[in-house]
Design a protein around this ligand. Structure first.
Ligand code: HEC
Length: 104
């Protein structure tokens, strides 16, 4: 019966990580819609924007260096924690990701 321990460990890990990854994905999308799509939408005050507009490296660079220079005030009310979640979600669905998303 010893052989079952590693197996059940792997199963438990899968059961725990899949819903956690799914919850993070939903949270990223929700925050992007609330904090970014408020302006970045067709007919909005800024260009329509979706994760697949940029490469993963471009999103990393944008969050690390640009910090939304074109409209610095727009990010003032968004917490660093939420920005990190949004950044990860944008990278996960970037143009060169395996789940590129064209809308939020
Ligand atoms: C208050 C309105 C507003 C909010 C909120 C906002 N932006 Fe912007 N953003 C702008 C404006 C205005 C520009 C200038 C160019 C344009 O119209 O897209 C811009 C430019 C950008 C650009 C570069 C140009 C482009 O559209 O590709 C990116 C990338 C961007 N924003 C990402 C974001 C992200 C990510 C969020 C949420 C964390 C966000 N913005 C929230 C107004 C906003």
């Amino acid at each position: 019966m010893k052989w079952m321990f590693p197996l059940s460990g792997a199963l438990l890990l899968a059961l725990l990580t899949v819903p956690a990854a799914f919850a993070a994905d939903v949270q990223g999308k929700t925050l992007f819609r609330a904090d970014c799509r408020s302006c970045h939408v067709d007919g909005g005050s800024a260009q329509d924007l979706s994760p697949a507009d940029y490469l993963k490296s471009e999103w990393r660079d944008f969050f690390a260096n640009d910090h939304h220079q074109q409209q610095p005030n727009a990010w003032k009310g968004i917490s660093a924690k939420d920005l990190a979640i949004i950044q990860q979600w944008l990278i996960d669905h970037a143009m060169d990701s395996d789940q590129a998303a064209t809308c939020g």
